[in-house]
Design a protein around this ligand. Structure first.
Ligand SMILES: Cc1ncc(C[n+]2csc(CCOP(=O)(O)OP(=O)(O)O)c2C)c(N)n1
Length: 281
């Protein structure tokens, strides 16, 4: 993997306009921003050829700091905005940055239908298991039994597995990584951007200030260490007996397949409906 000079990272950040950022000390969303920028730089994409769109949330602040074409849209609607941009400007590399709440609660409907359509967006879902920005309400990925400000006695809801949800809805590139695995995240984002069709990348992130505190997860470093110690690659998981997989989160690319892409089908449809001058005569 190319070693991306620090200078390039600074060129891709609005470092003299939008910093300091809003993320709490110890939040791992910023680490993911670093991996994202390095992935774009590694692909040698011009900043003007990249559009980053988010909803609302701590994770969704990312486009404020990245110096691409950006849109910090409304809660749960990032994919709807991104779909519009991609259909109008198919040549743009459109990245969506969203949280577990933004993508799978209020935005769940847009999410499953984008997967079904196979529209060429790269969707980064920063899963910190909670609504960080609004004070720690539970989300569809808050583990059963875990505490949030709205589940002070423990959550009784079963959880969404974001990757399984994307697979079930028909996404053609589905992967999971973590904020701890920065180089892996960089690589998988790069592969997601290169993929023709929708790519859904779940990136396990951490909210030490609310989720971590409520659930006694220790320091920010402890939460990153958890990602290191409790996740394994698909290849590693295949070597282990089922009982050893208990409590382990699997990382890697679960699916990568090519099927008709939505903006392409849409363009073909438009062309098929154009009446040629000859036909008019
Ligand atoms: C229509 C609407 N409903 C609710 C909100 C309040 N709100 C803003 S961010 C957010 C949750 C964000 O959680 P998540 O997407 O998981 O991101 P995180 O902050 O954890 O990174 C909510 C409920 C809003 N801004 N708009």
């Amino acid at each position: 993997m190319a070693n991306i000079p620090q200078k390039i990272i600074h060129q891709h950040l609005r470092h003299n306009k939008k910093f300091p950022h809003v993320w709490c000390a110890g939040c791992s969303h910023g680490i993911v921003l670093g991996s994202t920028i390095r992935a774009v730089a590694e692909l040698n994409l011009a900043k003007d050829d990249v559009t980053m769109i988010s909803g609302i949330g701590c994770s969704s602040r990312m486009p404020v700091y990245a110096d691409f074409n950006t849109c910090h849209s409304i809660h749960g609607r990032a994919i709807a905005f991104a779909t519009g941009v991609k259909l109008f400007k198919p040549e743009q590399n459109v990245l969506v940055v969203t949280g577990d709440g933004d993508a799978t609660a209020i935005g769940g409907n847009h999410f499953i239908h984008a997967c079904r359509r196979n529209i060429n967006l790269t969707i980064l879902i920063l899963n910190n298991n909670i609504y960080g920005m609004t004070g720690g309400q539970y989300s569809p990925t808050t583990p059963t039994g875990a505490k949030a400000t709205t589940t002070p006695y423990g959550n009784i809801d079963p959880v969404f597995d974001i990757c399984n949800l994307a697979l079930g809805a028909g996404a053609t590139f589905v992967a999971r990584t973590t904020a701890f695995h920065t180089m892996e995240t960089q690589k998988v984002i790069k592969q997601g951007i290169e993929h023709t069709g929708i790519s859904v990348i779940e990136i396990v992130s951490s909210c030490p200030v609310i989720y971590g505190k409520l659930n006694k997860k220790g320091t920010p470093a402890d939460m990153l260490r958890w990602m290191k110690d409790n996740t394994i690659t698909i290849a590693e998981s295949q070597k282990l007996p089922p009982e050893k997989l208990d409590g382990k989160l699997i990382r890697g690319i679960f699916k990568q397949e090519i099927r008709p892409e939505y903006t392409d089908s849409y363009q073909k449809l438009i062309e098929s409906t154009q009446v040629t001058k000859e036909a008019k005569k």
